[in-house]
Design a protein around this ligand. Structure first.
Ligand code: IPE
Ligand code: IPE
Ligand code: MG
Length: 251
């Protein structure tokens, strides 16, 4: 296996888990079988990320736009989600992982929300990795919800326009309190963001692989993380400035 430098891991890893349907269709299986197999990859990535010491893992599990898929597939995904959370909560406790959810929970079925609340309550005191599930999530929807809440606070006299900074605005997002992702992996060969974390991905390093999510392995995860370690994150500075800063922080 490719060696990983534990000091150069992303603090926050985000993943667009894509290609379950194509994985199944290529095997003449129903799309839901692909989602079921995809859930096994989720277990592996959660376990590996927590073992490696990644502090925040955010998984795009269901988008705002995915509600428009055939009702049967949506229902099957909700059932699978509930089953996954119920089955995995004990393991999350053993691994000291805390559940978090972003997205418009008002649109989720009541039984899914109950399962999520239960899992979040149970794992609330865990101090290890924070596992955020993006459910019924869309970046534009999140931004407009944040703007609406901010406008309400302004109407209520709690905020004035001169107080609106990027930091203040960020605190209104679903991800308030989470650092921005350092690294984003998208499987299945699609090279787009699909309305995921539009604000938060501003300076994230992006990684795309052709592999469909159910086929994504530990080895591929390590390969992606090794690739991340070779990137120079400049944040608008020059390469010279970055290496000088590195010299200083190494002293
Ligand atoms: C990702 O796989 C899972 C969800 C979006 C819920 P897809 O279901 O999008 O798989 P493809 O892209 O159709 O192959
Ligand atoms: C993005 O995948 C959403 C999730 C992985 C949950 P999609 O399969 O929905 O994205 P598009 O439609 O190909 O852009
Ligand atoms: Mg897809």
């Amino acid at each position: 296996m490719i060696p990983i430098d534990p000091h150069k891991l992303p603090v926050h890893l985000a993943v667009i888990m894509d290609g379950n349907g194509r994985w199944a269709q290529q095997r003449m299986l129903r799309r839901i079988v692909g989602h079921q197999r995809g859930a096994e990859t989720v277990k592996m990535v959660v376990e590996q990320s927590s073992l490696l010491g990644i502090k925040y893992l955010t998984l795009f599990a269901f988008s705002s736009e995915n509600w428009s898929r055939p009702a049967l597939e949506v229902r099957a995904l909700m059932t699978l989600l509930k089953k996954y959370i119920r089955q995995e909560t004990a393991r999350m406790m053993r691994k000291n992982i805390r559940y978090n959810v972003i997205g418009n929970r008002n649109d989720l079925p009541d039984d899914v929300n109950e399962t999520l609340d239960e899992a979040m309550q149970k794992t609330a005191a865990n101090t290890g990795m924070v596992l955020t599930l993006a459910l019924s999530y869309g970046g534009r929807q999140e931004l407009s919800r944040a703007a609406a809440r901010l406008a309400q606070d302004a109407v209520d006299g709690l905020v004035t326009p001169d107080k609106i900074t990027t930091e203040l605005f960020e605190s209104y997002l679903d991800t308030g309190g989470l650092p921005d992702p350092d690294f984003l992996i998208r499987t299945s060969g699609e090279m787009r963001i699909s309305n995921f974390l539009l604000w938060q991905l501003a300076y994230t390093e992006l990684y795309f692989t052709e592999t469909n999510w159910p086929d994504f392995t530990i080895n591929e995860l390590h390969k992606a993380l090794t690739d991340f370690q070779s990137r120079e994150r400049r944040f608008g500075l020059t390469s010279d400035q970055i290496s000088r800063r590195g010299d200083i922080s190494n002293v």
